[in-house]
Design a protein around this ligand. Sequence first.
Ligand code: SF4
Ligand code: SF4
Length: 189
Amino acid sequence: MRFLSETTALTRLSAIRDGFRQRVVSEYELRAKDCSTCETQGVCCTDEHFVNVRITQLEAAAIKCVIDNLDVRQKQAVRERVNAASEKISSGTEFFACPLYVKGTGCLVHDQAKPMPCIFHACYESRDDLPPEELLDDAEAAVADLNTKTYGVGTMLPIPTALANTLRTNSNAADGRRAPSSDRASERK
Ligand code: SF4
Ligand code: SF4
């Protein structure tokens, strides 16, 4: 099987996400509560018993692109939150506050790399206004298929675990490319 390059896959992921968001926002979210008026803004991202979002390796790669463009201080803070949450998950808990949420800013990946369940989620007064689960299922299936075509495997992991793996892999790859030390000159919701 010939795999897609990660760059191509990220472009396709972005198109899937945009189409999905467009449908959720235009057909359903207009009946949802406005997050800017929420008395518990961000609780949907920080409540450990609520978040439980799982993502593919490809989505983690998309999130990493956003993290890479943060300033050094923000980048370090996200890495620390990711590592702390993933260690907690490794030690046996399935609950986590999302390391991508920043008070006062909201979701760091809102525009470019928001996972499908997060785009899907909103607070509705009536159950009748909720988007159908099949809409999310179809979008997640499309992402899983793209992920398999890119990496050949399709495990979905909690956000912190998937991100910690991706950040570690990329950091190891960077270390592998580095010259031997003696040759180194120097480094909404
Ligand atoms: S989605 Fe989150 S921020 Fe928005 S209204 Fe619901 S709990 Fe509040
Ligand atoms: S990815 Fe963004 S929207 Fe989703 S739980 Fe994390 S901070 Fe919230």
